[in-house]
Design a protein around this ligand. Structure first.
Ligand code: MSP
Length: 555
């Protein structure tokens, strides 16, 4: 039905749909590169909507940069060593490896359902990672950056973090403020990393690179923290054995945060034996953005940069610490039994509703409340009303007034209103995405849909249709409406994974919207006349019933 289709783009490699896991791709001509990471998650239990929050945000960024034609590498994975995992496995009566394998399979399945377009998934139990961690440890020793001593102090196994006596005294009841659990007293032989050596260099780097730690509130916290002085960090443990062995002293396992942070370079081939993989490291390092939750900004902006300095590697360009999704009943946690399962939400509302809500609802960087009512409200207002109604109203009018045929723009009278709005939307999306204002970027696309709906009311096409002398104007109005939605579909591809294709199809376009490229495919006039719209099912059927705890949680 090619003659019925609008301008068809060659269905090139679909952006984001072929993660090419593990395989090396053709690097192609020199274009910008973009390396984005998520934290690697502890496979201690199934992940909840809070973990999905970070991963969806990273996916949106990855898809946006692919849309711009950049060479993107998107990394995620799992942090599988350490005392916390070992204890969980023991409690479940399993070997840690067996324990994590099941959970990791579930995590990969969740990312598949959320259509996370990662390029690689690193597990810290993989040989390719463990070997690199050992080499890193060797290098630190060669430089004289580690020494052996006895560690005595406090530890929270849930954070996998050491606390000083002073911090312990400050915590009410000696309990970890993040996990509300008593700290444990540790006394064991350990290797220490001379962090103190690098404190001044780190402060200088933070001052000279205002974008390094974002948002600014997090940067200020970190600057104050570092100014209090950095103690040397305990980087090995001897009281359990589930970890990467210290190569020159195998009674020790590497501290899990040193092990985990190294994933960002081990996965892309740092110190790899494989020369092809090392090229990948040359291409993508330093990372453009490490996305992390605010509670682990400290690890990523103190320990990690200092490790990199010791390895004489460039530092990541940005570490962005986003806020938490919280429930009325407090922070989500398995222990409290108030976790929200993303699968249940997707069963009920679909993948786009969940992705959209996560990105749009809360300004990126701030904490925000999660509730299913809020999700339904967003869904109905933005997706069902603004986007969905626009498509059904406009395709219905094209059918009724023009026999379903897209008007020829050359013969239509265009007032430029929606063209201006579409150009403005693209500009705003780009600006906000560059500043990691994901919610504002999504809002900018929705504004285009809202403007188009208002344009229908202003132009009243049903009245134009009654007047044979105003047919050119009618054609111009309807063409603008369809074309604005073509642009919106392209702008939505980073955020939504099903709706853009449906919009594309209903507009009568062939080819794959995911092959669209910035800025060519945003230029006004991409839709050619003569195609036939394919009016279909509502994009986002309105949700009417009261939503009550369908996905669990809330107490
Ligand atoms: N394994 C470490 C990270 C190592 S990175 C080198 C870890 N894992 S975790 O499984 O606990 O995941 C923490 C991350 O999940 C947070 O930093 C955040 O990105 C995300 N979130 C977990 N709960 C969250 C909310 N309730 N809200 C928002 N994000 C949350 O820490």
């Amino acid at each position: 039905m090619a003659e019925e289709g609008g301008r068809a783009r060659a269905a090139g490699p679909a952006a984001g749909e072929d993660p090419g896991r593990g395989g090396l791709r053709d690097e192609g001509p020199a274009r910008g590169k973009f390396y984005v990471t998520t934290p690697i998650y502890y496979p201690s239990a199934s992940l909840h909507i809070g973990h999905a929050y970070t991963t969806v945000a990273a996916d949106v960024l990855a898809r946006f940069h692919r849309l711009r034609g950049e060479d993107v590498f998107f990394l995620t994975g799992t942090d599988e060593h350490g005392q916390k995992i070992q204890r969980k496995a023991e409690a479940a009566g399993k070997h840690p490896r067996e324990f994590v394998d099941g959970i990791v399979a579930g995590i990969k399945h969740l990312w598949e359902r959320l259509r996370i377009s990662y390029d690689d998934f690193i597990r810290t139990t993989e040989e390719r990672h463990k070997g690199v961690v050992q080499r890193i440890f060797e290098r630190l020793r060669e430089r004289g950056d580690i020494y052996k001593a006895e560690y005595e102090g406090w530890y929270c196994t849930d954070c996998e973090s050491f606390y000083t006596e002073t911090q312990y005294q400050d915590f009410p009841g000696g309990r970890c403020p993040d996990h509300d659990k008593p700290l444990e007293r540790l006394r064991e032989e350990s290797y220490f990393f001379r962090m103190s050596r690098y404190a001044d260099a780190l402060l200088r780097h933070i001052e000279e690179n205002p974008d390094f730690i974002q948002p600014p509130s997090r940067r200020n916290e970190m600057v104050n923290f570092i100014k209090q002085g950095l103690e040397d960090l305990c980087v090995s443990r001897t009281s359990f054995d589930w970890g990467v062995r210290v190569p020159f002293d195998p009674r020790h396992v590497v501290y899990v945060w040193v092990d985990a942070l190294s994933n960002y370079i081990s996965a892309i081939g740092y110190l790899s034996d494989d020369p092809k993989l090392r090229q990948r490291f040359e291409r993508y390092w330093p990372a453009d953005v490490h996305l992390v939750g605010k509670e682990i900004v400290r690890f990523h902006t103190v320990i990690w940069p200092i490790l990199l300095m010791a390895l004489e590697l460039p530092l990541p360009r940005r570490v962005f610490g986003h806020g938490w999704l919280v429930l009325e009943s407090g922070k989500m946690s398995k222990a409290r039994g108030n976790v929200i399962d993303p699968h249940a939400l997707m069963d009920r509302y679909g993948v786009d509703a969940v992705r959209y809500f996560l990105v749009r609802e809360i300004p990126f960087g701030a904490d925000g409340f999660y509730s299913e009512e809020a999700l339904v409200a967003r869904y109905n207002a933005d997706l069902a009303n603004d986007l969905g109604n626009l498509l059904s109203r406009s395709t219905a009018m094209v059918e009724r007034f023009l026999g379903g045929i897209v008007p020829d723009p050359a013969e239509a009278e265009d007032d430029g209103v929606l063209r201006g709005a579409a150009e403005e939307a693209a500009r705003a999306v780009e600006e906000h995405m560059e500043r990691l204002e994901l919610s504002d970027a999504a809002a900018a696309v929705l504004r285009l849909a809202q403007r188009a709906n208002k344009y229908i009311d202003e132009t009243a096409p049903w009245e134009l249709a009654r007047d044979p002398l105003r047919l050119r104007r009618l054609g111009g109005v309807l063409y603008s409406l369809l074309e604005a939605q073509r642009v919106a579909a392209v702008l939505l591809t980073p955020f939504l994974v099903e709706a853009p294709e449906k919009i594309w199809h209903q507009l009568g376009l062939d080819g794959d919207v995911r092959a669209a490229r910035w800025p060519e495919d945003l230029a006004w006039g991409g839709l050619s006349g003569g195609a036939r719209v394919r009016r279909g099912a509502p994009l986002f059927p309105r949700v009417v019933e009261e939503a009550e705890g369908a996905a669990g949680g809330g107490g």
